[in-house]
Design a protein around this ligand. Structure first.
Ligand code: ATP
Length: 293
C-alpha cells in the first residue's frame, strides 16, 4: 500500500507497514487481506466488534502468530520475530493481565527487564521511573495480586514500557475497567504517546474510546477492513449531520454533509425527527449495516 491512500499515515513517516495480511484458524478466516500503515508517533485505534480479528492482528504484528500470507514491516524492514532488535522496538500489553500475582510490582518489572538484557543500576533506575510514571511508586512492594484492576492494568503497561520501546501495542486496554478508571486510562495512554514519545497502537470495541483517544481509527469487521481515517474524516465520509427519523417501530437515519441541507430536509418531514452530529457509531452502522454492539 502506498502512503498516498486513506489507510496510510498522512504526513508522518511510516513506522509500521502492513500489506495483504491474512490468517485463518481451520475454516475461520480471522484476518482477511488487510493492509494499512501506522505513522511514527500516532495514537492509533483498531476498532471492531467482538470476533472481528483485532487480537489476531496484534498477535501477527507482534510475532505471536505467523501470517498465512502478507507481510509486516517496521521502519521499512521486513518483520522477523526471531530478531531481537524488533522485540526491543515494541512493547506489548495483552488483553488479560499476565502478571505474576505472588511477586511484587517491582519484582514483576525486574523479571521483564532481565529478559530484555537489562541489569544493575540502569535496570533499578528504569523500574523506579516506570513505577513513578504509572503512579505506582507506593505499591512497589505490594504483590501484584493485591492491586486493584486499574493498578494491575497500569503495572502491565509500565512493564511493557520498561525497555523503552518505540511502539506500544495494547489489546483492549480498558476492558473490565469502570467508566472512571477508563477515562484515567485514556489520560495515561495520551501521556505515554506524548511524554514517552511512543507510537500507540490499541484495539478496542468501545466506539467512544476510539473517538476520544485516537489520532486515526481503522474499523475492522468480520476479518476485513471497513474504512480508516481520523475520526473527523470518517464522519465526513458518511456525512457530518444525521437526522434521526422516528417511525412507529424504529429510527431511520439520513446523512448530510452540511447542516443547512439537514435543516431543510427536517422542515419537510412531519414525523418526529431530531438533528445531531454524526458519531463513529453512525459510521459503523452506515458502512456495515449493523450496530457495533
Ligand atoms: N486460536 C484460535 N483458534 C480458532 N479460532 C480462533 C483463534 N483465535 C481467534 N479465532 C477466531 O478468529 C476470529 C477473530 O478472533 P479475534 O480474537 O482476533 O477477534 P477480536 O476482534 O480480537 O475479538 P475479541 O474482542 O472478542 O477478542 C474469531 O472468529 C475467533 O473465534
Amino acid at each position: 500500500m502506498s502512503c498516498a491512500d486513506a489507510l496510510s499515515c498522512n504526513q508522518r513517516p511510516c513506522e509500521i507497514e502492513v500489506a495483504g495480511l491474512r490468517r485463518s484458524f481451520g475454516k475461520t478466516v480471522a484476518v482477511d487481506d488487510i493492509s494499512f500503515n501506522v505513522g511514527q508517533g500516532e495514537l492509533f485505534a483498531f476498532l471492531g466488534p467482538n470476533g472481528a480479528g483485532k487480537t489476531t492482528t496484534i498477535n501477527l504484528l507482534t510475532g505471536l502468530l505467523k501470517p498465512d500470507a502478507g507481510e509486516v514491516r517496521y521502519h521499512g524492514e521486513l518483520f522477523d520475530p526471531k530478531r531481537l532488535n524488533v522485540k526491543q522496538l515494541i512493547g506489548v500489553v495483552p488483553q488479560h493481565n499476565n502478571l505474576d500475582r505472588e511477586l511484587t510490582a517491582a519484582e514483576n518489572l525486574l523479571i521483564h527487564g532481565r529478559l530484555f538484557g537489562m541489569r544493575g543500576s540502569k535496570l533499578q533506575q528504569r523500574i523506579y521511573t516506570c513505577l513513578e510514571f504509572a503512579d505506582l511508586t507506593e505499591k512497589r512492594d505490594t504483590p501484584a495480586g493485591k492491586l486493584s484492576g486499574g493498578m494491575k492494568r497500569k503495572l502491565v503497561i509500565a512493564r511493557a514500557l520498561l525497555h523503552q520501546p518505540q511502539i506500544l501495542f495494547l489489546d483492549e486496554p480498558t476492558v473490565g475497567l469502570d467508566p472512571h478508571s477508563r477515562r484515567k486510562m485514556w489520560a495515561f495512554l495520551r501521556r505515554i504517546n506524548q511524554e514517552q514519545d511512543c507510537t500507540v497502537f490499541l484495539t478496542t470495541h468501545y466506539i467512544e474510546e476510539a473517538e476520544a483517544l485516537a489520532d486515526r481509527v481503522l474499523i475492522i469487521d468480520q476479518a476485513k477492513l471497513v474504512t480508516g481515517g481520523t475520526p473527523q474524516e470518517l464522519k465526513a465520509k458518511v456525512g457530518n449531520y444525521v437526522l434521526d427519523i422516528y417511525n412507529e417501530e424504529d429510527i431511520q437515519n439520513e446523512f448530510f454533509e452540511q447542516r443547512p441541507a439537514a435543516m431543510q430536509r427536517l422542515e419537510q418531514l412531519d414525523t418526529s425527527v431530531r438533528i445531531r452530529e454524526t458519531t463513529l457509531e453512525d459510521v459503523f452502522l452506515k458502512l456495515t449495516g449493523k450496530r457495533m454492539d
